[in-house]
Design a protein around this ligand. Structure first.
Ligand code: ZN
Length: 127
């Protein structure tokens, strides 16, 4: 059971900051930008929101020179799953879930797209 996270103005601001930057940002860079609109935000709040945003899969963290850098999650793949042989094939998928969440305000907890059916090989065996 995933704990329901309440979206705050601050978490949305942090998400916007990350999604408006193609280059990854460190927590302190995010903190500096967030303070322009939320002067009272603390670095601890930034870290907590970064963790939450990672938990729901909206952002991605990589380490560069010992420093954590945060990026928007690419969301560029979905999976085709065969219900006969259970093969899983990744496919390109250009829906940007992060942008959809931001534009609709929907509080997405998880995302998953599996297109379940029968693969070409299994279909040929059936005929
Ligand atoms: Zn198959």
């Amino acid at each position: 059971m995933v704990e329901r996270k309440r979206w705050s103005k601050q978490s949305r601001t942090i998400l916007d900051i990350i999604y408006n930057n193609e280059e990854g940002l460190t927590a302190s860079e995010i903190y500096d930008i967030a303070r322009e609109t939320h002067p009272n935000i603390s670095l601890g709040t930034v870290y907590r929101n970064l963790r939450d945003l990672q938990d729901v899969g909206l952002i991605r963290e990589t380490t560069s020179g010992g420093v954590s850098v945060y990026f928007k999650h690419p969301f560029h793949s979905a999976y085709l799953e065969c219900d006969v042989c259970h093969s899983v094939i990744p496919v390109d998928f250009m829906l940007n879930i992060g942008d959809i969440i931001r534009s609709t305000g929907h509080d997405v907890k998880r995302w998953d797209l599996k297109l379940i059916g029968t693969c070409k090989e299994c279909l040929q065996k059936c005929t």
